[in-house]
Ligand binder design. Structure first.
Ligand code: 5AD
Ligand code: SF4
Length: 492
């Protein structure tokens, strides 16, 4: 009998993509193989997101479609996971009785066990935890996942968020901030490097507050001796260590692991961006020259209403400090248009700050009220604060123009330069062209006289630039990939 197959559809952010890798690892450890297409998969996973849009409608539409497929092919099994599952728990089950498993954000590692339970019991299983029970459950090893690409790995260093941004549902669906122990993270990066990984991306909702909750377990006084197992040998052996590690310490330790050529991270909160982080970025060549610093809005009134904890001026000061400390730094951001009560003057302020910040690129979003958030509740009480959708559309377009202007200028500055890239594979648009990524996180589409495997390190000459990418040609191959094809194992 041929192996059963699975397909995973991922909505939303990198945290979700990483969770999907974990789900794939679990399913493969259970003997499943990836389906050629979602249409003929035996197990379909919908890993949902509810951060920015009404994922609900999309999900229920998709589930309706899967229902007719399941009627025709009863062996089809459906798992719904992710933030929407965490938030809507029973609703999914009420509205879609053909779903086999609903699993939340804190117990992703249970998905396959739950699938077996549903199969054995002949009925759907919903299991949502309010919080992770321990660190091992919050942070299953990155080694146990089926990585999307072999040369690069995501590493969740922290889950949850202790901030209270008025528009944001993350604290409600991902819970309070928990940092993964320092030593464990460094040890894991060492194992990933041994496995041939050359690039790691540290993930967290608010990476700069990494370690805040590790304080007690890292105290060195006699009453609470340093726990080397938690702190890790690197930290324990460092005589100059702080009472608790800062994000900067982690960045430095990860960037010092032999074989790790690039370290990225996302996202820091501007209010918590410390000089130590800038110094660690400058001091460690492996840390990429890219800072993603979400602005959200440029008007102080909007920023205050959002509870962002900084003013536009303070934000720009941090940016100046980062650019002064880190040569050739690319800066990107997130911006929300149409936050309730945003006036023309507020929006003009955003355009001014965006122009002054000279971003390399920006993710721009239209405000969407997320159920239960402060902004959504306030909007229900005072619907007049909603910004007219035609006005939002115009603002969104004007913002795009300002962002693209600085992006294009930044990219044009790079014409004629030699840029190091990690090859990602053939270009999506033209298979005769390869795509690589620079330390600044820019895509370079380049002609090559030979095929190069994903993970190859090469230099390219930049010949042309657009607002979203560079074009170039291969100069030299620096290193070929070291990674082996791995057999995934189940998360422990
Ligand atoms: N509406 C629009 N955009 C949002 N984001 C988060 N919540 C919302 C919302 N309710 C955006 C922010 C954040 C990014 C991950 O998503 O810009 O930085
Ligand atoms: Fe949401 Fe703000 Fe936390 Fe980011 S920092 S996850 S925007 S609450």
């Amino acid at each position: 009998m041929s192996a059963r197959t699975y397909a995973i559809r991922t909505y939303g952010c990198q945290m979700n993509e990483h969770d999907s890798e974990r789900l794939a690892g679990l399913l493969e450890a259970d003997g499943l193989v990836p389906a050629a297409s979602e249409d003929d998969a035996d197990v379909v996973v919908l890993n949902t997101c509810c951060i920015r849009e009404n994922a609900d409608n999309k999900l229920y539409g998709k589930l309706g479609h899967l229902k007719s497929k399941k009627d025709a092919r009863p062996g089809l099994e459906i798992i719904v996971s992710g933030c929407l599952a965490q938030k809507d728990r029973d609703l999914i089950q009420q509205r879609a009785g053909h779903v086999d498993v609903v699993v939340g954000t804190h117990n992703v590692h249970r998905a396959v066990e739950l699938l077996h339970a549903a199969r054995d019991g002949g009925r759907p299983v919903i299991e949502i935890w309010d919080e992770a029970l321990d660190d091992a459950e919050s942070f299953p090893s990155a080694l146990a996942v089926k990585r999307e690409v072999d040369f690069s790995a995501w590493l969740t260093i922290q889950v949850g968020c202790d901030n209270t941004c008025a528009y944001c549902i993350v604290p409600a669906v991902r819970g309070k901030e928990i940092s993964r122990p320092f030593g464990e993270l460094v040890a894991e990066v060492e194992r990933l490097a041994a496995d041939g990984v050359i690039e790691v991306t540290l993930l967290g909702q608010n990476v700069n507050s990494y370690g805040r909750d590790l304080t007690t377990s890292l105290r060195t006084d006699a009453a609470s001796p340093l726990d080397a197992a938690t702190a890790g040998a690197v930290w324990a052996a460092d005589p100059a260590r702080r009472a608790r590690p800062l994000f900067a310490d982690l960045l430095g330790a990860v960037a010092s692991v032999e074989g790790i050529h690039r370290v990225r991270y996302t996202s820091p909160h501007p209010k918590d961006l410390r000089p130590e982080t800038i110094a660690a970025m400058a001091d460690h060549p492996a840390v990429c020259n890219h800072l993603h610093l979400p602005l959200q809005a440029g008007s102080d009134a909007t920023l205050a209403a959002m509870h962002r904890g900084y003013t536009a001026e303070r934000y720009l000061e941090k940016l100046v400090a980062a650019r002064a400390g880190i040569p050739d730094l690319a800066v990107t951001t997130d911006i929300i248009v149409g936050f309730p009560g945003e006036t023309d003057a507020d929006f003009e302020a955003t355009l001014e700050v965006v122009a002054a910040a000279e971003y390399d690129s920006a993710y721009t979003f239209i405000f969407s009220p997320r159920e239960g958030t402060e902004a959504a509740v306030a909007l229900e009480a005072e619907p007049g604060r909603a910004v007219d959708s035609a006005v939002v559309g115009e603002r969104f377009e004007r913002l795009r123009v300002v962002v693209e202007r600085s992006a294009l200028a930044k990219h044009r500055e790079r014409i004629g330069r030699i840029e190091e890239v990690v090859v990602e594979g053939p270009s999506k648009r033209d298979a005769s062209v390869l795509t690589g990524r620079t330390t600044q996180n820019k895509l370079v589409h380049f002609a090559s006289d030979r095929p190069l495997r994903a993970g190859t390190l090469a230099t390219t000459r930049v010949l042309d630039a657009g607002p979203h990418f560079l074009r170039g040609e291969l100069v030299e191959v620096l290193a070929t990939p070291r990674h082996r094809t791995r057999i995934p194992v189940a998360a422990g």
